[in-house]
Design a protein around this ligand. Sequence first.
Ligand code: MF3
Ligand code: CO
Length: 276
Amino acid sequence: MFGRERIEYKTAEQVVAMRRAGLVVAAAHQAVRDAIAPGVTTADLDAVAGQVIADAGATPSFLGYHGYPAVLCVSVNDEIVHGIPGPRVLREGDVVSVDCGAIVDGWHGDAAFTVVLGDADPADLALSAATERAMWAAIAALAGGERLGVVGDAVERVVEESDEPYGIVQEYVGHGIGTAMHQPPDVLNYRTHDRGPRLRPGLCVAIEPMLTRGSRTTRVLDDDWTVVTEDGERAAHWEHTVALGPDGLWVLTAADGGVAGLAPFGVEPVPLSDIG
Ligand code: MF3
Ligand code: CO
């Protein structure tokens, strides 16, 4: 549930610092997108992201987090989130979700994307597209919303308007982010009676819907990390770190600040210098 723990509202300067972390995450994503292909291992992708983060003088957020052993989470096919990179060789048609976090001067950025490799099943492409759309719809909803519950409304609406009865994962949610990767408030991807905390300037949240092609029920593998769909159906995960300002929002982990992703929703991110 949303809870009512203390939220860390950020100043304009702090949001600018978070943008630096966000840009490192965006660069790591781009490098992984360039490297990802059938025949590549998930550990190869981890090395690529680790190099980008190190070259930027940043620190990976995930490595060592509650003992997590890698820079990325790479979750393939029925894996939803928290897949551990390793010797697994990626294949044509795989649905691959890549999640990356980085720290700059103590401030975190966190983002994820899904790609379908090579000869893709159109149903998998549609799953990833719906999940990405749910993320952007949720971010756009923050721009005009009163309370954080608009995120769950937006994700549910995208699923309702799609042709497929996608499952919306409930056990894993978005989160506040700043001087730690995970902060209050929780950001639910489904509707509840509780409308959540009021949206106000300085709120920084990671918006991260996870959709499945089957039931929303999840299970954790024996490695104690990898989250899979219980029914074995495929899943997708998209995430961005977003900052709210007095005049609008900025997508800190998008290279363009969210301009392209928000345009279809009629939302324009404000210049970063105007956030406070
Ligand atoms: N992006 C994931 C999240 O938002 C990262 C957690 S992976 C962990 O929760 F390995 F660091 F735990
Ligand atoms: Co996250």
